[in-house]
Design a protein around this ligand. Sequence first.
Ligand SMILES: Nc1ncnc2c1ncn2[C@@H]1O[C@H](COP(=O)(O)OP(=O)(O)OP(=O)(O)O)[C@@H](O)[C@H]1O
Ligand SMILES: [Mg+2]
Length: 255
Amino acid sequence: MEEINILELKHISKEYPGVKALNDVSLEFHRGEVHALMGENGAGKSTLIKTLSGAIMPDGGEIIFEGQSYTHMAPSLSKSLGIEVIYQEFNLMPTLSVAENIFMGEKLGNKTFYDRTKAECEAQKVLDRMHVKLNLKEKVQNLSVANMQLVEIAKALTKEIKILIMDEPTAPLTSDEVEILFAIVKTLKEQGVTIIYISHRINEVFRIADRISILRDGNYIKTVPTTGIDRDELIRLMVGREVSDTYPKRNFAPG
Ligand SMILES: Nc1ncnc2c1ncn2[C@@H]1O[C@H](COP(=O)(O)OP(=O)(O)OP(=O)(O)O)[C@@H](O)[C@H]1O
Ligand SMILES: [Mg+2]
């Protein structure tokens, strides 16, 4: 029987000069769930993601992936385990086509042996899996930001992916584009992929997340099922005080 947890973080800490970006954070991710990570600016969300992608090395703690313990990741290790991150700054080659970007440096070998027909055929399969349509021959530089993001996701899906991490993916998207992204998230979830979803947008998180974990000032606060929390409580946990205190009225006239 497969473990319910695909990934566990245990006592992860990361300190930068003068700031504890992560302070003894322990957290579990279930296989095939959409798990939102929430917290105010500087809470440690991106630092946690970088720990998982291998971009940074934690000072201490343990990462348990499918029952195997690691003290830290490395980018190649993380990728080989099936962990992919969609960053806001896309890592695409603007003058190459959609198909070429999807398979850049992967599977179909380097440019010298690039087999256009095969690449387009494979790229189409990935896009079909996402239920999206893109012109495979179009240069990436001519795409909208939303479609560039779709190419990034398609790129991630050319590998056998188990965890897809998205850091503020909807920030540059229009509301129609957000719907397309949500449909993809739903499809991937149905295919058993775990989605770790960072967003400040509470409405979105309530729509797509199964569970929400809250970080505050580098500390893990708690994980709750989305159905077990309301907006006010979530905000209260994120900011660490009553919502009515969030923006205290000034009782003095500005000078
Ligand atoms: N490379 C770095 N050097 C020094 N301090 C850093 C570095 N990266 C992050 N920090 C600090 O660590 C803390 C956590 O940052 P992090 O980027 O993880 O927060 P976040 O939750 O992603 O915030 P945001 O919502 O603004 O993206 C912050 O105080 C930040 O200033
Ligand atoms: Mg961040």
